[in-house]
Write a protein that binds this ligand. Sequence first.
Ligand code: ADP
Ligand code: MG
Length: 341
Amino acid sequence: MFEQLKGLFSNDIGIDLGTANSLVYVRDRGIVLREPSVVAIQAGTNNVLAVGEEAKRMLGRTPGNIIAIRPMKDGVIADFDITGAMLRHFIMRVHHRKLIAPRVVVAVPSGITEVERRAVKDSVTNAGAREVYLIEQPMASAIGVGLPVHEPAGNMIVDIGGGTCEMAIISLAGIVFSRSLRVGGDEFDETITAHMKRAHNLMIGERTAEEIKIRIGSAYPLEAELTMDVKGRDLSTGLPKTITIRSEEIREALKEPLSSILEAIRITLERCPPELAADLVDRGIVLAGGGALLRGIDRLIAEETYLPVHVADDPLSAVAEGTGRVLQELQFLKRVASSSG
Ligand code: ADP
Ligand code: MG
């Protein structure tokens, strides 16, 4: 009874502050908001015009006086004020008319600096939070996919987001080793754009590149290879043109960013203490983040590491689900928060 009443007054909140997408989890309700991490502002000011999907539609299409910004793009906080405005916007949207200020858990990229962590905490406090806890994204991701992180055994998570790929080996609720590289889905899109220019003399936009990746992109040969018609601007005539491309050529283009990820996984495994490495032989690696949805990426990683590789059931929600579980386990929250600052 008391618990139900309490829900009317306060809802604790978990936030996945992603480089591509931000998600908000409200305790007892689950994920209530998913929006691109994009903010549109008036040029030369910090006036926020739009946040999320609405702002994303403006990316690359804005008149001179409006700029659409991805403040977390490379896994570092490019602009404190804009990141703060985005966080405040998300919190306001889920926490209207509540009497008690929420407790907020924010999952942040593991590569951010102490100054950036402070800035996130301050923004969330300014948005009206009663208490703020930060958790590293690979830890949240591992909890969110249901890995038994409390056990004294090695668990490995690889979370491939938009701007970064974060990987960690976790045991006894602590990060034994982690690595964050600035290669992720955005880089896949960029190599596709470069390939279209080089191989087809065709200029394509950011969103088209992402669409190619999602529709026909792959990391491992497909049982049935795919084709797709792509529209862009012919670089020699300057005119719009449509061409048909094949999944094989896109896979070839993705080899380079994928090899950076494989290399980082190899290094992480090398740094792993032997007992924990032995656990990974049975438990394998779990993939999360939107990049885990690239066709065949699990097979590629399995073939390169000789380990079993599983894709999370809902890779895009892993981090937010993790913050939700942390909210539900206050004891655990205190321990995680004190071990990571
Ligand atoms: P972040 O945590 O950095 O915000 P996300 O985990 O939300 O990132 O993943 C976003 C990335 O996943 C984007 O680069 C997007 O293009 C990519 N992505 C989403 N769906 C797919 C898909 N089906 N295949 C390949 N990549 C995808
Ligand atoms: Mg993420």
